[in-house]
Design a protein around this ligand. Structure first.
Ligand SMILES: [Zn+2]
Length: 238
C-alpha cells in the first residue's frame, strides 16, 4: 500500500485517501486480498472477484435509498438538511469491502461530513479488511470477537471495531461481556483507555496476548459451563 500510494501520488497527484478508495474499488472486479509479507501488508492478485456483476457495483435501488434517507436526520450528528443545510447520503454501517451487505439493516442516513469522517477513520483499518471479513463469518459472537483480536496479532484493536464485528450477524449489546468471557476459555488480553482530545470521549483498545483453540461444539455452552457464577447449574448438568 505504501508503494501504491507513493506511485499514484506521483503519477496522478492524488491524496492517499483517494488511493485507498481506488484499491477498494478494485475489489469489485478482482480478488486481491492484503497479505502480511515480511511485516508489511501487500496486495496479491488472485483472480476475478466472485460476485462480479457485469464489472459494475450493484447500486442500491431508489426505493431502498428513499427509505433509508426518510428520517432526514444524520444518524451520527443529528443534523438535518432543513435546519443545517447538510447533504444526506446512504452509508453502509459495515463497509461493503469488509463484508457489509446492502440489506436495509446495514444502511443508515449520514450527512456528507460524518460520512467522510467515518470513511477516513475506517480507512485506518483497511489493511485488516480480509481479517474482518473472515472473523465476521464465525457463527458465534465469541468466535467473531476472538478471531478479530487474534487477527490483529498483538496490535491494539479499537473497541468500536470489536462491537461492529461482533454485531455483524446480529446486534450484540453484550459484546463487552462476550469479550470478557473469552478469559473463561483461557484467552488473555490487555486493554488501554485514552481520552480522545477532540471529542473528550474515553476510547478503549484491546490487545490479545494469548489464545486457545475453540471448543468443539457451542462456544456459548462451554462458557456457561466454565462460568463460576453458573456453578450450581453446571453441577446439576452432570
Ligand atoms: Zn452528521
Amino acid at each position: 500500500m505504501r508503494e501504491i500510494r507513493a506511485h499514484l501520488q506521483e503519477v496522478l497527484g492524488e491524496a492517499p485517501s483517494q488511493t485507498d478508495r481506488r484499491v477498494r474499488d478494485l475489489r469489485d472486479h478482482f480478488r486481491a486480498p492484503a497479505k502480511k509479507i515480511n511485516g508489511e501488508y501487500r496486495y496479491v492478485l488472485e483472480g476475478w472477484a466472485e460476485n462480479r456483476t457485469n464489472g459494475s457495483r450493484k447500486a442500491i435501488s431508489d426505493a431502498i435509498r428513499a427509505q433509508v434517507l426518510s428520517p432526514q436526520r444524520c444518524a451520527m450528528c443529528g443534523r438535518t438538511p432543513l435546519d443545517h443545510q447538510v447533504v444526506m447520503v446512504v452509508d453502509h454501517k459495515v463497509p461493503r469491502h469488509w463484508g457489509g451487505s446492502d440489506e436495509i439493516s446495514n444502511l443508515q442516513p449520514l450527512c456528507e461530513e460524518c460520512n467522510a469522517g467515518k470513511k477516513a477513520y475506517f480507512a485506518n483499518y483497511d489493511q485488516y479488511a480480509d481479517a474482518i471479513r473472515q472473523s465476521a463469518e464465525h457463527p458465534e459472537p465469541h468466535g467473531r470477537i476472538g478471531e478479530l483480536i487474534k487477527a490483529f496479532r498483538g496490535d491494539w484493536v479499537p473497541a468500536e471495531l470489536i462491537e461492529l464485528v461482533a454485531s455483524m450477524k446480529q446486534y450484540q449489546e453484550d459484546w463487552r461481556k462476550r469479550t470478557r468471557e473469552l478469559r473463561l476459555l483461557g484467552w488473555t488480553y490487555e486493554t488501554k483507555k485514552r481520552k480522545d482530545p477532540k471529542t473528550s470521549r474515553i476510547r478503549v483498545w484491546y490487545r490479545v496476548t494469548g489464545w486457545k483453540p475453540w471448543p468443539e461444539g457451542s462456544i456459548a455452552a462451554e462458557v456457561r459451563r466454565r462460568d463460576p457464577s453458573n456453578k450450581r447449574a453446571s453441577q446439576s448438568d452432570r
